[in-house]
Design a protein around this ligand. Structure first.
Ligand code: NAP
Ligand code: COA
Length: 268
């Protein structure tokens, strides 16, 4: 059995089916994993959704799966000019941009001593500079005129010290700093900027890359809720922050990890 269609998903949801009716959303990293789950949930609740990633074929397949109201636009979030052109295109086509979700990221395990400067910079550029590029473009192209909501997908690995991830920890710390700073700078324009910090999420590229399967069971035993999260649970947290239900909330970082980082090592 395939994934439920948009109507079924909306019926099963805790949120009103028309929560994002008339809204336009961009999700970077929306072609796979958590970003795709968020794009799917936004679409199922009425938003017109544009998903961004580098791999045009993957975007095509994902937008086809997510159905009418979703389309893919290939773009590398590290390329500020390309990001600006893409966001301006979205606004020209749809007339507005209400929600931006920054889920694009790159990560791999590497000891700090042998990680190259290029490797460090690559992850900082995708995660932190990419988030800056899209946020700035969304602000200038549309959100400064009519407000909006930005949700950055962060992590918890930088709350303590996570070996083999100096690059990703620095990048996610930068994203958290940006979340708070832009919340202050753009609040007067009616723009809320928040973040969701997932813990380990089942069935994702992040989990496959960062958590050796030999550690899975023992890590789950340290998590207060005794399990990893699901993509739809991260999507629900994101929908909440992007919606009017969170109209007073800005600069917040909402941890969605079953309590994992409170009681054990945050590995991703
Ligand atoms: P994923 O499926 O690999 O998602 C990453 C996405 O980013 C891909 O769709 C990729 O598409 C896109 N991307 C990468 N580099 C890009 C670039 N330069 N420009 C544009 N798009 C780019 O991984 P995931 O595990 O679902 O992770 C999604 C988010 O959740 C990330 O921010 C991650 O840090 C965060 N997170 C995940 C976990 C977890 O357990 N999985 C835990 C904590 C936080 P292309 O390859 O097509 O570009
Ligand atoms: N260990 C150590 N260094 C690594 C590495 C690894 N496993 N993978 C990449 N690097 C470093 C290298 O220095 C590399 O440059 P070099 O090959 O010239 O030495 C540099 O990173 C750039 O790698 P490259 O593959 O050219 O970058 P890219 O822009 O094509 O891809 C990555 C970016 C490396 C982050 C890639 O893994 C990716 O596209 N990830 C997206 C998906 C993902 O990570 N999902 C999980 C999200 S939590």
């Amino acid at each position: 059995m395939g994934p439920p269609d948009a109507e079924t998903r909306a019926r099963m949801s805790a949120f009103r089916a028309d929560l994002f009716a008339g809204k336009v959303a961009v999700v970077t990293g929306g072609g796979s994993g958590i970003g795709k789950g968020i794009a799917s949930a936004l679409g199922a609740h009425g938003a017109t959704v544009v998903i961004i990633g580098r791999n045009a074929e993957r975007l095509e397949a994902a937008s086809h799966e997510l159905g009418a109201g979703c389309r893919g636009m290939a773009c590398d979030v590290r390329d500020a000019e390309a990001v600006t052109a893409t966001i301006e295109r979205v606004v020209a086509d749809s007339g507005r941009l209400d929600v931006l979700v920054n889920a694009a990221a790159g990560n791999f395990l590497a000891p700090a001593a042998t990680l190259s400067s290029k490797g460090f910079r690559t992850v900082l550029e995708i995660d932190a500079v990419g988030t800056y590029n899209t946020s700035r473009a969304a602000f200038l192209a549309a959100m400064r005129d009519h407000g909006g909501a930005i949700v950055n997908i962060s992590a918890t690995l930088h709350y303590g010290g996570t070996p083999l991830q100096v690059h990703a920890a620095a990048a996610k710390a930068a994203i958290d700093a940006m979340t708070r700073t832009l919340a202050v700078e753009w609040g007067p324009a009616g723009i809320r900027v928040n973040a969701v910090a997932p813990g380990p999420i089942e069935g994702t590229e992040g989990l496959a890359r960062l958590l050796p399967s030999s550690l899975r069971e023992s890590l789950q035993r340290t998590i207060p809720l005794r399990r990893f999260g699901r993509v739809d649970e991260v999507a629900d947290a994101t929908l909440f922050l992007a919606s009017d239900a969170a109209s007073l909330i800005t600069g917040a970082i909402l941890v969605a990890d079953g309590g994992a980082w409170l009681s054990g090592p945050a590995l991703l």
